[in-house]
Design a protein around this ligand. Structure first.
Ligand SMILES: Cc1cc2nc3c(=O)[nH]c(=O)nc-3n(C[C@H](O)[C@H](O)[C@H](O)COP(=O)(O)O)c2cc1C
Length: 253
């Protein structure tokens, strides 16, 4: 059995890459992906228990919070949470902290995966994909050093009220967006999006991907599509697609 465990939710690979980089420094660390098929509920017996997940709409993906509610962690276990975002950390860690008290909070900004809202370059600070990746790796290594040493660090989210408000409005905005998913004739029914979807919400029908309404908003299907056949509104056809440069689609299956 590994000594440490990291639970990771990732749509376009930034968070999986961060989790990998942290695990590399910690050593003997198992990474469990938060996906529809994960039946993991027992995190007792691990020295360090961590979460790495993106900020969505000023909060956390609901899959992460639902998962955390079912998880058993020994009181006194060292716990950490790292959120990746394009600009601001939001209330995700604060929400997770209410479910599983966290000893260490970390934030790593990276390229933006929310293609229908912003181009991927619009991140804070403004960096190219390569620069953002180097920075993310350095920050992950520093945080992993802290985590390895058992440093206790709680970073309360700035603008908590604004983020909380945004996060309150988010489900309605997201629901509208999800309804506008389109799969074009370019689809070659390769099935990659079916394997990527963390909620099993995509199926192949008559030689084409069909996206259901139970979407986690991760956008992995759209961003990794080899034919750029998936869109949410015309703006997503015009914008350059993005996924983490070190994470291939199959790493996320
Ligand atoms: C639906 C959606 C909503 C997002 N909302 C925010 C946000 O409110 N604030 C922010 O700074 N970044 C936001 N982002 C950007 C992601 O948090 C960021 O790109 C993250 O690194 C993606 O991680 P991943 O590649 O592991 O999926 C959002 C991304 C998506 C897909």
């Amino acid at each position: 059995m590994a000594k440490n465990i990291i639970f990771c939710f990732s749509g376009t690979g930034n968070c999986l890459n961060i989790a990998n980089n942290i695990a590399k420094v910690l050593g003997e660390t198992k990474i469990v992906r938060i996906r529809d098929n994960v039946s993991f509920t027992d995190a007792t017996g691990y020295d360090k228990v961590g979460f790495v997940f993106p900020c969505y709409g000023g909060g956390a993906p609901e899959d992460v919070l639902d998962f955390a509610m079912k998880l058993r962690v020994y009181p006194g276990t060292y716990t950490f949470g790292i959120t990746s975002c394009s600009a601001y950390m939001g209330t995700g860690l604060a929400k997770l902290n209410k479910i599983i008290p966290l000893d260490y909070w970390g934030v790593i900004t990276h390229q933006c995966s929310c293609i229908w809202l912003f181009p991927h370059k619009l991140m804070m600070p403004l960096l190219t994909i390569g620069e953002a990746q180097v920075r993310s790796e350095e920050l992950a290594e520093n945080m992993a050093g802290d985590i390895s040493d058992g440093v206790v660090k709680v970073q309360r989210p700035p603008m908590n009220i604004l983020n909380a408000f945004e996060n309150m409005l988010w489900p309605a905005i997201a629901k509208k967006k999800i309804a506008s998913f389109k799969v074009s004739d370019k689809c070659i029914a390769c099935g990659q999006c079916v394997k990527l979807c963390p909620r099993g919400n995509i199926r192949l029908e008559n030689g084409r991907a069909v996206i259901g309404s139970n979407c986690a908003q991760c956008l992995g299907c759209l961003q990794y599509c080899p034919e750029s056949a998936i869109s949410i509104g015309r703006i997503t056809d015009k914008r350059e697609h993005y996924h983490n440069p070190k994470i291939r689609a199959q790493d996320l299956f």
